[in-house]
Design a protein around this ligand. Structure first.
Ligand code: FES
Length: 78
């Protein structure tokens, strides 16, 4: 499904580029890093949803080794 019509980016494109355990701050970095230009911004909410889903998947995969955001939830909340 196309999430960003300005840059013709699908949810799959975005998931592949986010990598494991992305940060919500990754949206601007993602655009910058790949040379995409956020234009209208209508896609931001959907991209954040994809990031949230990716984070949830990473947390589910956590083995408790202290390397995921869930393991550092107290630090992130501070
Ligand atoms: S839809 Fe992504 S910048 Fe316009």
């Amino acid at each position: 499904m196309i999430l960003c019509s300005c840059n013709v980016l699908s949810d799959r494109d975005i998931r592949e580029r986010l990598g494991p355990n992305p940060s919500r701050r990754s949206v601007k970095a993602l655009f910058r890093q790949l040379g995409w230009e956020p234009k209208c911004g209508r896609c931001m909410r959907n991209i954040l949803t994809v990031i949230d889903q990716q984070q949830a998947a990473s947390a589910t995969d956590c083995s408790g080794g202290g390397s995921c955001d869930s393991c550092h939830a107290d630090e992130l909340a501070a």
